[in-house]
Design a binder for this molecule. Structure first.
Ligand SMILES: NC(=O)c1ccc[n+]([C@@H]2O[C@H](COP(=O)([O-])OP(=O)(O)OC[C@H]3O[C@@H](n4cnc5c(N)ncnc54)[C@H](OP(=O)(O)O)[C@@H]3O)[C@@H](O)[C@H]2O)c1
Length: 358
């Protein structure tokens, strides 16, 4: 289900994080899963949770996996190591650099040439400390990689998943973060909104961390819009939070002092890339149409509330264990931000044909 029927969250980020990390819900069993006959793509698949997920998918008998990575060295190594571990599977490395729209479009075209594509997991993401403007687009790098280019890839892969999935609806899972739910989102009032993300003034480590959180919120807003224009019968689209995970490169760029201060809490709470990978498989395989338009964290569906404007069906959910979305997404103000963001995103990505076909 996708909804907006759950109440907006009443907990702070720390409360949510502590509950998810220290008192997690029970992991669903993967025993019943067999991915025989399917083809999957995972972005950022050469390291971290993406690599762990690649392994997990292959262990579930996936016969064809495409590792999308920007570094050919890391991508080739990951594909060859995985190919040795799972010799019956075809594991390929395809280049994808989310700093370049051209690379995203080329990658999507290559995906369209596959005889089938069943699953796409958009996992690649960054958390930068310094301000970097993308050379070709001028957009700040975290915003470019985590939001704009990920949005473009999602939009381009949807028709491919719709027409080329051989095992029921195509599956598109976007990796967000629970940090998205409590961020301040200071850019929300700006019209237009996209140029606001390119401003360097008052940049600091705190702003950089907030930028990461906001890009993950923008992905949830994108998810909501996509789930309104794409039917679950065609492609089931959801988002997932892998949980606070150590043993990946995500936090490499944060200042040393912050790393040191976070360390005791991180050691106490953080989980492994393998557990994060499990959440991806839960989202993109185990969950069905009920998860369309929804955000999963701590193994739970965090559902959108339906609203009359979007004319979406409200499906029954138990709200007992659910954490919901960012509070702004439940308000008329948030609806207008989502409309503005969607329109500007479609213009930026030059995806008008998608909007019309929706
Ligand atoms: N770790 C956590 O606690 C946590 C919590 C919540 C959500 N997440 C999300 O989980 C996802 C995976 O993170 P992780 O922890 O596994 O971190 P990671 O090890 O840094 O993995 C991120 C992946 O994204 C790739 N990537 C970065 N920039 C790219 C670009 N321009 N083009 C293509 N690929 C690019 C990286 O490739 P390179 O190796 O070439 O850099 C890497 O493979 C991210 O979306 C992250 O935001 C993580």
């Amino acid at each position: 289900m996708g909804s907006i029927s759950l109440p907006s969250p009443q907990t702070t980020f720390l409360q949510t994080l502590l509950r998810h990390q220290l008192l997690p819900s029970a992991k669903p069993s993967l025993d019943s899963i067999s991915l025989i006959g399917r083809t999957a793509v995972i972005t950022g698949g050469s390291t971290g949770i993406g690599l762990a997920c690649a392994k997990l998918l292959l262990s579930l008998q996936l016969p064809h996996l495409i590792i999308a990575a920007r570094s050919s060295e890391k991508g080739t190594k990951a594909a060859s190591d995985l190919g040795e571990l799972y010799p019956k599977a075809e594991v390929e490395f395809w280049c994808l650099d989310l700093n370049s729209y051209e690379s995203v479009r080329l990658f999507a075209r290559k995906c369209a040439s596959l005889s089938s594509l069943d699953i796409a997991i958009l996992n690649a993401g960054i958390m930068k400390n310094q301000f970097h403007a993308n050379v070709s687009t001028g957009h700040e790098e975290t915003f470019q990689v985590n939001y704009l280019s990920t949005a473009l890839l999602a939009i381009l892969l949807i028709p491919v998943l719709k027409s080329n999935s051989r095992h029921g609806p195509g599956r598109l899972t976007i990796v967000s973060s629970v940090a998205a739910v409590t961020t301040d989102f200071p850019e929300k009032d700006f019209v237009p909104i996209i140029p606001r993300f390119d401003r360097q003034d008052n940049w600091s480590s705190a702003v950089a961390k907030q930028r990461y959180d906001v890009t993950k919120l923008l992905l949830l807003m994108l998810l909501f819009k996509l789930s309104c224009v794409v039917k679950a019968e065609d492609v089931i689209i959801n988002a997932v939070d892998p949980g606070f995970t150590l043993g990946t490169n995500l936090f490499c760029d944060i200042p040393l002092a912050l790393k040191v201060s976070m360390w005791p809490l991180a050691k106490l709470m953080a989980t492994s890339p393998e557990k994060g990978a499990w959440t991806y498989v839960d989202a993109c395989i185990l969950r069905g149409a009920e998860s369309h338009g929804s955000f999963l964290s701590d193994w739970q569906v965090n559902a959108y509330v339906s609203n009359s404007k979007m004319n979406r069906a409200i499906m029954p959910v138990s709200s007992a264990d659910h954490t919901s979305f960012h509070p702004i997404m439940y308000t008329p103000e948030g609806e207008s931000v989502m409309d503005r963001l969607w329109e500007e995103t479609i213009n930026e990505l030059k995806c008008d044909e998608f909007e019309k076909s929706g």
